[in-house]
Design a protein around this ligand. Structure first.
Ligand code: PCA
Length: 229
């Protein structure tokens, strides 16, 4: 049984609700990739504060507690029209508005002295192509911005980079997925794109399962390599 940690955020800025939290709540708590096979997974959900420091800390704490195989952090990107898995996390905090603790960093690093950026270790393009082929509204994004979402994403990838995989600890995979406004969400701007909760949730669920399929494939291939050597 695979464990997937899915996080989302509290509302922030002028919004009364956060699309990512609505989607996180609507995701099933468990599922399986194929009937009758040992491909089950469970989803553990956490809502993070929309604060630079506390958000990143809450993610690390949840990872310690849950010990997931895959971490998918969800965030709202009001104005986007598709579900967008992110490719790159940057070591930069540069806030247009204060976070929920009133902090508004101006060109500060997430991790002082850390690498400038990380790529997600999830094959985002493969996952997005599969989602598009199945008719879901998904697209790869090359920027998670420089606000709290990017800070949490960078923190996630930094932790993954510091977690060596070995026989006892299989590789941990992680990515950040931005979602558009949800039609059912209270008080969203009328001039911005929005999709139904079901459509966004189903897209995220498809991506999550596609990523788990990729992980399984990767593990089978690496086991094959070990057996051959
Ligand atoms: N979106 C913001 C922070 C919290 C959220 O849901 C962002 O894109 O940084």
């Amino acid at each position: 049984m695979r464990t997937v940690l899915v996080t989302a955020f509290e509302p922030f800025g002028a919004d009364a609700e956060n699309a990512a939290a609505l989607v996180c709540d609507a995701l099933p708590d468990e599922g399986c990739l194929a009937e009758g096979k040992a491909t089950g997974y469970r989803v553990v959900k956490r809502i993070l504060p929309t604060e630079f420091r506390a958000g990143a800390q809450a993610l690390l704490q949840a990872m310690e507690e849950v010990r997931p195989h895959l971490v998918l952090c969800l965030g709202q990107a009001g104005g986007r029209s598709e579900v967008t898995p992110e490719r790159i996390a940057v070591n930069l905090m540069d806030a247009r508005i204060p976070d929920n603790a009133g902090r508004q960093p101006d060109e500060e690093p997430v991790v002082p002295g850390g690498l400038p950026a990380y790529f997600t270790n999830v094959p985002v393009k493969v996952a997005v192509r599969a989602a598009q082929k199945a008719g879901y509204p998904a697209a790869v994004s090359d920027t998670a911005g420089t606000y709290v979402c990017n800070c949490v994403f960078y923190t996630l990838m930094d932790r993954i980079a510091a977690t060596p995989a070995n026989e006892a600890t299989p590789p941990l995979w992680g990515d950040f997925i931005h979602v558009p406004y949800v039609q059912e969400q209270k008080g969203i701007p009328k001039d911005k794109p929005a999709r139904t909760l079901t459509e966004i949730t189903e897209t995220v669920r498809f991506l999550l399962e596609e990523i788990l399929r990729q992980m399984k494939h990767f593990e089978e291939v690496s086991q094959g390599c070990t057996t051959m050597s």
